[in-house]
Design a protein around this ligand. Structure first.
Ligand code: ADP
Ligand code: MG
Ligand code: MG
Length: 877
């Protein structure tokens, strides 16, 4: 028979899939001898069985719970519901991954009309006993029985009014006793059942509610967003209660063994005296820093610091810890490897290597490639001058500019309408998650660095400022005020989550340099990876940026932009040319410009390979829109030049331009084009060599599908190069290769490799053509629906489809290398910057990936992860 329930003593941190993260770590700490209040964990298997049975508790589960409960009562010397000295427990959800949307913890379970008297006598504090009972009925009603929480709050409010007091602590024991009755009446009216008095029944209700919450909307939304499987299930922890609200010798807090925002090796945390744990997280009361705790509770403080050291050494990572002090005695209620910003993750990983806690390999594995994105997030331009309107806590780094909205629904709606949104709230709760996902940045007027808003924003890498108390939000008028300044819904503000500054209007933003721990960690990644990383860059500035980010060359330099802007009239002259002389004159002009373009690119990438793709798009892209020309003609506004352009546009018009006269096909019918480009490239390289540079030239011919076609054009390039070498009296080695971006090219790669010295897999086109999906047309139309219904696992334009398109890539690699063993192989589609696709490229045996400059660091790290994944099991997250 399956055992569904385990005492804390029986588990370990390795069992997070079975016991949930919270349960596994409670078990680990119990076995480390830390002061953890005793309890037991109901496994995720029980939750899975519950779901499989159509939401019914598995047979025998409640018997097991009863047995464990009896053991716990024995150990504690108290019984649930006891009339004299009752045991109270909390019921806490906990899945393998900590996630919002799960059932909130229920505290003080086991109280009823009888045991409340026992609690009063044992503590000698009737008020405390009835306050605990009233909280329990309220929490149980709201969280387990799904009663509208406002009803309880309203009753509480009414009681305060009736007594003429402003705060709850001013209510007396009798008031609270009456409130318990009022709350029970609310439960009866709303949930249709008497408030359960039997602790067994209370437990059963609570356990079932935790299981149900696994499939709640918020939980599902979060799992979809984070890519967490829906079938893991959640565990339930039942734990004896300790009380941080028993007076001034009690308190509660949250501690981190290092600073989760910066990664600095300092102990960090928030503390509240005479409070229950929920109060810290809710951000309702202003907390004190951990250091202040040392003054009130020197002994517990010392004890806590020891626990922190022990846990960090044991987990070999930064831990976050929930603790409570009951009448001077320290209890540890939770620990886990703490969430952190990307910057903190890098700093901790590199410092922990220096401290000898972990090795470089583990440090590299601890950073997820996608996290680096956070560090490449924009920051306020240091050169910009601005006045901060208000300052709050720097809860999650990065800068964001956007329009202000005050509810999660509005934020989501305006985001979907294409606006950049800053979500402004007094504080956030799990109900706001969809708005937080939609927002560029988050601003709250209340709450601390461990408030919901702060924790969730850091996890998502969204810039956030919390606890900006000067920001007075008026939800009625949908505006906020700071002093005399009123900011209305839709107004633009800028927030800097790194410093906590709120600014009216848009502040210019810049992207930071890859230095410090960032650079160190990526150097370690470079030592571990096999795959090269190049960049897709068309402009010298992009090339330089990419080089700063560690790019080892250019994998794709498109030349189309060199035909636009002020050069467009020259290109049009070439297209409209009526005689060979006219065409040649236009090409000569383009040649001079291109030569200079290439000189600058070679200079920026001096000593590193530069793959230049000859002109790829169809010619009509360089002509005005045919419909506009026709309208102008109808209105009699077309001059002679316009007439010519219209005629040309009609000539070059194609039913399906992506499959039409473009790339090498255009070069075959307009031979002057590639000849001109080849000449400009070779001459530019010679210019650089004369200037003492070291250009590494790779000329790439797009869209080839046959050996004959490619061979013809390769010969042309060689002929032009030889002529140019002869003229210049200089020569150098260069490569000519092709893009493999059609299924046919991949299928006949063996033949094509006879005339190509390298392949670059153009996976954007290859994906379009393999699926028969026109990217520009499908992404906004049916793709979202396909993803929603799970008809596609991922957007194949973002993550390479390894099964289909990947097969063509593997075939291209295999056949190409069979013909030409030293064939250079790369990928230049946007997939080159997607971590999962990088891993595929590693396995497929490519030499390099090429991606946009900002994704170069991600690709370097992803390539290291791919190499490490091969050499041994990946370290757990
Ligand atoms: P979450 O997963 O949201 O952090 P927790 O189960 O940790 O939920 O509980 C919420 C709050 O209740 C925390 O502050 C925690 O410390 C407190 N808490 C949970 N169990 C107990 C207990 N047995 N005694 C005292 N406080 C508890
Ligand atoms: Mg907790
Ligand atoms: Mg292409």
């Amino acid at each position: 028979m399956t055992t569904y329930v385990h005492a804390f003593e029986e588990g370990s941190k390795e069992q997070k899939y079975l016991l949930g993260g919270k349960g596994a770590n409670l078990a680990e700490m119990t076995n480390l001898g830390l002061p953890v209040p005793p309890g037991f964990t109901i496994t995720t298997d029980a939750c899975k069985a519950y779901m499989a049975a159509g939401d019914r508790l598995p047979g025998g589960l409640m018997d097991e719970v009863a047995a464990r409960r009896a053991e716990l009562e024995e150990k504690m010397g108290k019984r649930l519901g006891d009339a004299d000295d009752p045991l109270l427990v909390s019921v806490r959800s906990g899945a393998a991954f900590s996630m919002p949307g799960m059932m909130d913890t229920v505290l003080n379970l086991g109280l009823n009309d009888v045991s409340v008297g026992g609690l009063a006598r044992q503590t000698g504090n009737e008020r405390f006993a009835f306050d605990s009972y009233r909280r329990f009925v309220q929490m149980f009603g709201k969280v387990v029985l799904d009663v509208d929480g406002d009803l309880f709050e309203d009753a509480l409010h009414a009681k305060r009014e009736e007594r003429g007091v402003a705060t709850d602590p001013e209510l007396g024991a009798d008031d609270l006793r009456e409130l318990v009755e009022a709350f029970k009446a609310i439960v009866k009216a709303e949930a249709g059942i008497e408030f359960p008095q039997d602790p067994d029944e209370q437990l059963r209700h609570a356990i079932e509610a935790v299981f149900k919450s696994w499939n709640g909307d918020r939980a599902r939304l979060y799992r979809d967003h984070e890519g967490i499987p829906h079938d893991l299930g959640t565990a339930v922890n039942v734990q004896s209660m300790v009380f941080g609200n028993k007076g001034d010798d009690s308190g509660t807090g949250v501690a981190f063994t290092r600073d989760p925002a910066t990664g600095e090796n300092v102990r960090y945390g928030d503390f509240l005296s005479n409070a229950q744990g929920e109060d810290v997280v809710a951000g309702i009361r202003v907390t004190e820093p951990l250091s202040a705790m040392g003054q009130h509770f020197p002994e517990s403080h010392r004890g806590l610091l020891e626990v922190m050291d022990l846990l960090e050494r044991h987990y070999r990572d930064m831990c976050d810890i929930e603790f409570t002090i009951e009448q001077g005695k320290l209890f540890i209620l939770q620990t886990r490897v703490g969430k952190r910003t990307a910057a903190a993750a890098l700093r901790m990983a590199t410092e922990m290597v220096d401290e000898g806690l972990i090795d470089r390999r583990e440090a590299v594995l601890r950073i997820q490639p996608a996290q680096l994105d956070q560090l490449l997030h924009p920051q306020f331009d240091p050169a910009a001058s601005y006045d901060a309107l208000a300052k709050g806590l720097n809860a999650s780094p990065g800068a964001a500019v956007g329009q202000v909205y005050f509810t999660a629904d509005d934020a989501e709606a305006h985001h979907e309408a294409g606006e950049k949104v800053i979500l402004v709230r007094p504080e956030t709760s799990p109900d706001d998650l969809h708005g937080m996902i939609a927002a560029e940045g988050i601003l709250t007027s209340r709450g601390g660095l461990v408030s919901h808003a702060a924790v969730v924003a850091r996890g998502m890498g969204t810039p956030a400022i919390c606890g900006a108390e000067a920001v007075r939000i008026d939800m009625e008028s949908r505006s906020f005020r700071v002093g005399d300044t009123v900011v209305a819904e839709g107004d633009v503000i800028s927030i800097n989550g790194t410093t906590g500054e709120v600014v009216l209007g848009a502040v210019p933003v810049v992207v930071p340099e890859p230095t410090g721990p960032f650079g160190t960690l990526l150097e370690w990644a470079d030592e571990l990876r096999r795959l090269g990383v190049r960049t897709n860059a068309d402009l010298p500035a992009d090339a330089r940026k990419a080089r700063d980010f560690g790019a080892e060359g250019i994998g794709l330099c498109r030349t189309e932009h060199m035909f636009l802007g002020d050069r467009l009239p020259i290109v049009q002259r070439m297209i409209l040319a009526e005689t060979p002389d006219e065409e040649e004159a236009a090409l000569a002009e383009l040649h001079d410009r291109q030569r200079q373009d290439f000189v600058e690119i070679f200079e920026a990438m001096d000593g590193l390979p530069v793959t230049i793709r000859l002109l790829d798009p169809p010619l009509h892209e360089f002509l005005p829109d045919i419909e506009e020309l026709l309208v102008a003609k109808a209105l009699g506004r077309l001059d002679a030049q316009g007439e010519k352009l219209l005629a040309a546009a009609q000539v070059w018009r194609e039913a399906n331009p992506m499959f039409g006269t473009r790339g090498c096909r255009l070069a075959i019918v307009r031979p002057g084009l590639y000849q001109m480009q080849a000449k400009a490239i070779i001459e530019a390289a010679i210019d650089r060599r004369r200037a003492g540079g070291d250009p590494r030239v790779e000329i790439m011919i797009p869209l080839a599908v046959t050996r004959a076609e490619l061979g013809y054009l390769v010969d042309e390039v060689h002929r032009v190069a030889e002529e140019t070498f002869a003229e210049a009296g200089d020569r150098f080695e260069y490569l000519v290769g092709t893009m493999v971006e059609t299924p046919r090219a991949a299928l006949v790669a063996g033949e094509i490799a006879e005339v190509a010295q390298f392949f670059s897999f153009g996976t954007n086109d290859l994906t379009q053509m393999t699926y028969g999906f026109s990217r520009d047309d499908v992404e906004g139309r049916f793709m979202p629906r396909y993803l929603e219904l799970g008809l596609l696992a991922a957007n194949p334009f973002e993550t390479l489809d390894t099964e289909g398109v990947g097969q063509l890539v593997r075939m291209g690699v295999e056949h190409g290398r069979a013909t030409r063993p030293d064939l250079k192989l790369g990928i230049c589609g946007e997939h080159g910057g997607d971590p999962a696709s990088v891993e595929f490229c590693h396995r497929a045996g490519l030499d390099y990936v090429s991606c946009s400059p900002f994704r170069v660091p991600l690709a370097r790290l992803a390539a290291a992860h791919a190499a490490l994944g091969e050499s041994g099991p990946a370290a757990s997250a």
